[in-house]
Design a protein around this ligand. Structure first.
Ligand SMILES: [Zn+2]
Length: 76
C-alpha cells in the first residue's frame, strides 16, 4: 500500500489541474486558482470535482439537475 499524497483533479470549467494538499472529502469546496470557479468534491477515488451549487443565486431558478447524490443543505 502506498500512501498516495497526490490529490489531483481537473477543474471542470477550465481544465486546469487542481491540487489538494490534504486528502479531500466529499462535499469539500475548492476554488480553482485559474478561473475562480467554486468547485465541490463529488468523488474521492478517483478525485472528481464538480461545480458547487451556489446558494446565493436564487434567481436563476433551480433547474440544475444534480440529483445523483443526496446533498445536504446547511440549514441554520
Ligand atoms: Zn478552473
Amino acid at each position: 500500500m502506498t500512501a498516495e499524497s497526490k490529490n489531483i483533479a481537473h477543474c471542470p470549467d477550465c481544465g486546469a489541474e487542481v491540487r489538494l494538499k490534504k486528502p479531500p472529502y466529499v462535499g469539500q469546496l475548492i476554488t480553482c486558482r485559474h478561473c475562480d470557479s467554486v468547485l465541490e468534491v463529488v468523488n474521492r477515488f478517483p478525485l472528481e470535482l464538480h461545480w458547487a451549487e451556489t446558494a446565493w443565486d436564487d434567481d436563476e431558478g433551480s433547474n440544475l439537475n444534480s440529483g445523483r447524490n443526496g446533498r445536504r443543505r446547511n440549514g441554520r
